[in-house]
Ligand binder design. Sequence first.
Ligand SMILES: [Zn+2]
Length: 291
Amino acid sequence: MAEYSIWILNFAEVPDAATSSLIFGRHNAGTQVLPYAYTLLKGHGKTILLDCGLNAESHGKAFVEKFNVQKWAHPRDVLGEIGVTPEEIDYVILTHAHFDHMGGLSLFPNATFMIQSEELAAWVKIMAMDRKFRWLMGATDPNDMMEAVQLAREGRLLGIDGDVDDILPGIDLRVAPDTHTAHSQYVVVRNDGKAVSEDCYIYTGDLIYRHDNIHGGTPDDPFYVANGLSYGSNTKLLLVTDEIMKTVGNDIRRVLIPHDQKMAELYPSRTTKRGHYLVEVALANGDASRV
Ligand SMILES: [Zn+2]
């Protein structure tokens, strides 16, 4: 009995991301298409977005050019494929503050946003460091930070302190300090609502980019490999990867990765007229398929 419908919604892509940026140490291995996606949950009378993409019509444009982001679509069109409007989003859970995850703050006018307090604080600290450290800001847009602060002032951004169970019904937040970013978090969806869930999914944010980060390319004899663009400890990242895999009973299908197009092969999916994939991970009782 699923409590939430879950869709992974691709909204843009980088056609030529260096393989070494996705799989740590895999140098001289060319480039790969890197999709951008967020995840939509609908259930318990709520409409929830996990990460909120970026706004290519606003200051996000500079990062779109910097990272060669192509095929960006407005959430009005992306969510429209599900029959949801940006105005209907009640909550946005942000895994971390990178431009492609937190850059869409202005696009969801009625949402309340949640992020680890320490994640925001860490970026303010990094912004205030000597400019010799500016590499750390490579994927973080100071304009997004300004918008986040304004939302906090308006009472629309909630700082989360560490792990929280049932932040929303059946949804837990788990913090991953010093990994991809200072205080990334991942999202556990217990889709049967049970405390010890038999129907559990994890939305990873950027803790994991690819299945290769989980099995190293040898699923029969797996080993964890850090992704290639993390700012903290690779060892801590691997320990969090192990924590994620244990929580989902080592079922790789239950690990929902926003930057891996393989998601579309694991679940019913379709390609929209804008050329994006839309993945239907789960349907709540009584909800109609969108694929
Ligand atoms: Zn990131």
